[in-house]
Design a protein. Sequence first.
Length: 101
Amino acid sequence: MSKYNIKAIDLPKFSYRERDYIDEYRISFAQARGLNELGVLGLQRIHKFLKEAYANIDQTEVWSKPVKSTRSASKSSKLSTLAAATAETSATDAQAVVSGK
């Protein structure tokens, strides 16, 4: 794997009870985090698993590298221009309201 610079992610161990419940009812982790049926310990296990999994994913730094794209740069400059124009218009509108015009 190092020959091709492939990043490996070691996921933490996940409790069988919660894993089987999530699998059986075909729910997401987000949905499972809000279920009282899993109990306090089950919810803590899910929270711990997700926290450790996210930390391990972050350590690979795969998604933290900036992506160079002329399209996204052009898009962001257009958004900046739009935001500036909107702010300028809002300021003008606010002055008109204050002055009663």
